[in-house]
Write a protein that binds this ligand. Structure first.
Ligand code: A3P
Length: 313
C-alpha cells in the first residue's frame, strides 16, 4: 500500500452530496444488448447500428475519460500533416464526430455530422467492441483504441458526471466506485471494454495505445500512430504536433477544452473538461480502504488477461 494514500483530500469527491441541477433533466441509463448507455444514445441506436463506414474512415475508440479528445487532436494533426487552419478553427467534435451521440436537438447528432462530412472522416466512439457498427469491420477501417488505467479513469469519470449535467447522478464517491466496479455506468464495465478491445486487436486493424505511454513519451507515441496510419512525418512536424497536443495547450484551446458547449450540456464551472491530465491523480481521492476494495476486484476481473496498466509513472 502506498504511503501517500490516506484520507481523501478533495472535498467534492467525498462530500457525499450529489450535485443536482435544476436546469436539465439528468438522463437515465438504458441497455443495448446488455450494455448500459445513456437513454438518449439507446433511443437512436437502431440508426447507429446501420451506420455505413467508408474504407478511409479512422475510428478512435475509448472507454470514456481515457484520452479521447487528446487522441483526436493527435490523429487529426497527423492526417493533416501539421497544425492547419482547420485544426485551429474547427471544434474537435466537428472534426471527429461522436458516432452514437444524440444531442437531443440542442446540438447535432454524431450521425448527422458524419453524413455531412467529407472524406476522409475521423469518427469517435465510446462503444464496446461488440456494439461497433459492422460496416467498420466489413470496410477494414483502421481503429485506434486508447486505454487508460482504471483508477484515473474512475476519478476523471466521477468529475465528468458532475459537470456533464445529462449523465446520471453519481451518488457519493463510495457509491460511484461501486457503480464503476459493477459496470453500472454509461458504456458499461471498464473491465469488459478494455479487455474486449484487447482481445480482438489482432483480428482487425486496431492500434491499442495507452494514455500513460503518450504522457511518458509523446514523440514516440505520435510517431507510432502516424506509422500505423501510413504517414511519414518529419521530426519538426512531430514536435509541432506534440507541442499543440500538450495538456496545457489543449486546456487553453477553445477548440478542444469544451468551452463552446452550452452549460445545459457541460457545465465547466463545476469541473473543467481538461481537468488535470495526469497519471496517478487517483491517489488524491482513494482512501486506503477504497484502494484495497478496488484492488481485490481488479485482481479478480483481470486474472485471465495479459493486458497490463500502469497507475503511476
Ligand atoms: P482528467 O480528468 O484526469 O484530467 P476524454 O477526452 O476521453 O473525455 O478524456 C478526458 C481526460 O483526458 C481528462 O482527464 C483530460 O484532462 C485528459 N486529457 C485531455 N487532453 C489531454 C492531454 N493533452 N494530455 C493529458 N491528458 C489529457
Amino acid at each position: 500500500m502506498s504511503e501517500s494514500l490516506g484520507a481523501p483530500r478533495h472535498e467534492v469527491c467525498n462530500s457525499g452530496t450529489p450535485h443536482t441541477t435544476t436546469r436539465v433533466q439528468r438522463l437515465k441509463l438504458s441497455n443495448v444488448k446488455g450494455v448500459p448507455l445513456p437513454s438518449s444514445i439507446c433511443a437512436i441506436f437502431d440508426k447507429t447500428e446501420k451506420f455505413q463506414a467508408k474504407g478511409d474512415d479512422v475510428l478512435i475508440a475509448t472507454y470514456p475519460k481515457a484520452g479521447t479528445t487528446w487522441m483526436i487532436e493527435i490523429v487529426d494533426s497527423i492526417r493533416q500533416g501539421g497544425i492547419t487552419k482547420e485544426i485551429k478553427t474547427i471544434p474537435s467534435h466537428e472534426r471527429a464526430p461522436y458516432l452514437e451521440f444524440n444531442g437531443l436537438n440542442v446540438i447535432s447528432t454524431g450521425l448527422d455530422l458524419l453524413e455531412a462530412m467529407p472524406s476522409p472522416r475521423l469518427v469517435k466512439t465510446h462503444l464496446p467492441f461488440q456494439l461497433v457498427p459492422q460496416s467498420f469491420w466489413d470496410k477494414g477501417c483502421k481503429v485506434i483504441y486508447v486505454a487508460r488505467n482504471a483508477k484515473d479513469v474512475l476519478v476523471s469519470f466521477y468529475f465528468f458526471h458532475k459537470m456533464n449535467v445529462r449523465l446520471p447522478e453519481t451518488g457519493t464517491w463510495d457509491d460511484f466506485i461501486e457503480s464503476f466496479l459493477s459496470g453500472n455506468v454509461a458504456f458499461g464495465s471498464w473491465f469488459d471494454h478494455v479487455t474486449g478491445w484487447w482481445d480482438v486487436r489482432e483480428k482487425h486493424q486496431i492500434l491499442y495505445v495507452f494514455y500513460e505511454d503518450i504522457l511518458q513519451d509523446p514523440m514516440r507515441e505520435v510517431e507510432r500512430v502516424a506509422h500505423f496510419l501510413g504517414h511519414t512525418l518529419d521530426k519538426v512536424t512531430i514536435q509541432e504536433i506534440v507541442k499543440h497536443t500538450a495538456f496545457d495547450m489543449m486546456k487553453d484551446n477553445p477548440m478542444t477544452n469544451a468551452s463552446i458547449f452550452p452549460t445545459s450540456i457541460l457545465d465547466l464551472s463545476i469541473s473543467p473538461f481538461m481537468r488535470k491530465g495526469q497519471v496517478g491523480d487517483w491517489k488524491n481521492y482513494f482512501t486506503v480502504a477504497q484502494n484495497e476494495r478496488f484492488e481485490e476486484e481488479y485482481r479478480r476481473r483481470m486474472a485471465e488477461t495479459s493486458l497490463r496498466f500502469r497507475t503511476e509513472l
